[in-house]
Design a protein around this ligand. Structure first.
Ligand SMILES: C[S@@+](CC[C@H](N)C(=O)[O-])C[C@H]1O[C@@H](n2cnc3c(N)ncnc32)[C@H](O)[C@@H]1O
Length: 218
């Protein structure tokens, strides 16, 4: 990502994350399908790009130890305020590498936070996720679908295949199945489904996925 997009993204998300109350935080229960994996995880669960904590809330309600991470200090302040029971909360930019040891996690959650990057940066971030997952560990994520026309798919300047500049001069990728199979080829895809999320005022089309780290990098 060129520095301008990186700076714009931080500015955009710092302005977007408002001081919310815990009682106003809602989860849309998309993780429900993966409860067996979540319940079996003995290590803390990483919530990447946690924002205000929709998924942190779901995981804490399940009694899990959660490490919530985001680039936005505003988001992390809000997590610490609303979730005093969170195991840890870390403010870092995924583009700078991840401050965790190899094989630290059985489960990494990345909800709507992996689609803001150029191809080379996306690959770098996925390599980091691969590194910090234990063998056989799972990455559970959602990304924009190429059919997400209510939220910018196919609109604005296409600066790379399926990557568009937004009105706020940030960048957003929209995936199709082939993109997901290609970007996540170091993982086994266990679940991939295009669906509609109704958490926002306009319906959002996205892919919900669960991929497993292959034991041997091939
Ligand atoms: C659409 S929000 C998703 C928030 C939350 N996961 C959810 O689904 O409610 C995207 C989040 O990703 C974070 N994010 C975007 N780029 C990032 C980066 N390079 N490093 C860390 N976090 C980033 C943003 O700050 C923002 O909080």
């Amino acid at each position: 990502m060129s520095d301008i997009y990186r700076d714009n993204s931080l500015k955009y998300w710092n302005e977007t994350h408002k001081d919310v109350k815990r009682s106003d935080i809602k989860t849309d229960d998309w993780l429900y399908r993966f409860d067996d994996l979540i319940e079996a995880s003995a290590s803390p669960i990483l919530d990447l790009g946690c924002g205000g904590g929709n998924d942190t809330l779901y995981l804490i309600d399940k009694g899990k130890n959660v490490i919530s991470c985001d680039q936005s200090p505003k988001a992390i302040q809000s997590i610490i305020k609303n979730f005093p029971e969170v195991y840890d909360a870390k403010c870092f930019n995924m583009l700078d590498g991840f401050p965790f040891e190899d094989g630290s996690f059985e489960i990494v959650i990345a909800d709507l936070c992996l689609h803001y990057f150029r191809e080379d940066d996306t690959r770098k971030i996925l390599k980091e996720i691969y590194r910090i997952l234990a063998n056989g560990g799972h990455l559970i994520f959602r990304v924009n679908s190429i059919n997400d026309i209510n939220h910018g798919a196919g609109q604005g300047k296409e600066i790379e295949h399926h990557l568009f500049e937004t009105e706020s001069h940030t960048i957003k990728r929209f995936f199709d199945e082939a993109d997901i199979r290609e970007f996540f080829k170091d993982f086994d895809i266990e679940f991939m489904n295009e669906e509609i999320m109704t958490r926002y005022s306009l319906e959002k089309r996205l892919y919900r996925c669960c991929v497993q780290k292959k034991n041997v990098r091939g």
